[in-house]
Design a protein around this ligand. Structure first.
Ligand SMILES: Cc1cc2nc3c(=O)[nH]c(=O)nc-3n(C[C@H](O)[C@H](O)[C@H](O)COP(=O)(O)O)c2cc1C
Length: 211
């Protein structure tokens, strides 16, 4: 695998297809079907699926800038990176979600799933999934208002956002795994996160392997 190349952060933007506001299955069905899956088919996701999953996590749903997931004080401390391995329409790489414009900005070129897998205690689902989400927090966005309580607020918020993704995935006939076991610093290096962005949660997403 070639060494990843840092791209000018302001230059490479991927406009995402608009998200849909309807779906085929009731929320109760999604809740009862959701299950952690650790092994995925070697099949690409579409950009429309990626768009929908990102929107479910942090999409803007209100003219005041409010989002799909609640946020203490509407201060939005989360940043969402994707590690794209196999996504139709975009090259493998690390991208960051921009909720306000519903775009991705490219951070790094290259398939970095194996490196991320290493940073996540070699959990093979990270290397195998066509798409991986990495939620990070910028704690400073909320510490001014909430002081010490900010720490728990950030963890609560990432729970909301990741559960949205779990349910959205079921509705798209995709499967997820939420991962908390990883080396924070190594994950941060792999995704080239900013100094004030701290990795909180990894999610692998893909299709079920056929029997
Ligand atoms: C905070 C958190 C961290 C987790 N970390 C991991 C992990 O590092 N690796 C893993 O395989 N599963 C991880 N899981 C998934 C759990 O193992 C899984 O949810 C549990 O076995 C119940 O199965 P279910 O999700 O299918 O209901 C994590 C779940 C949570 C909520």
């Amino acid at each position: 695998m070639g060494k990843a190349m840092i791209i000018n952060k302001s230059k490479e933007i991927v406009k995402l297809p608009a998200p849909r506001f309807d779906g085929n299955i009731p929320v109760e069905t999604a809740l009862s079907k959701r299950r952690s899956v650790r092994s995925y088919a070697a099949e690409a996701l579409t950009l429309a699926e990626v768009s929908q999953l990102l929107w479910s996590a942090q999409g803007i749903t209100d003219s005041r800038g409010f989002r799909t997931a609640p946020s203490a004080g509407a201060l939005y401390p989360l940043e969402l990176y994707i590690v794209a391995g196999m996504v139709r329409g975009i090259p493998a790489g690390i991208y960051k979600y921009r909720p306000h414009t519903h775009e991705l900005s490219k951070i790094l070129d290259g398939d970095l799933r194996a490196q991320l897998c290493g940073a996540a205690l070699n959990q093979s689902s990270v290397k195998q999934a066509p798409l991986v989400f990495v939620f990070c927090a910028v704690h400073e966005r909320i510490t001014g208002k909430y002081g010490n309580r900010s720490i728990q607020y950030v963890y609560m918020e990432v729970g909301h956002a990741s559960q949205n993704v779990c349910l959205q995935a079921v509705s798209l006939d995709l499967w997820t795994l939420t991962i908390g076991a990883f080396y924070d610093d190594r994950v941060k290096t792999v995704i080239n996160a900013m100094a004030d962005e701290h990795p909180l949660y990894i999610m692998t997403i893909g299709r079920l392997k056929s029997e």
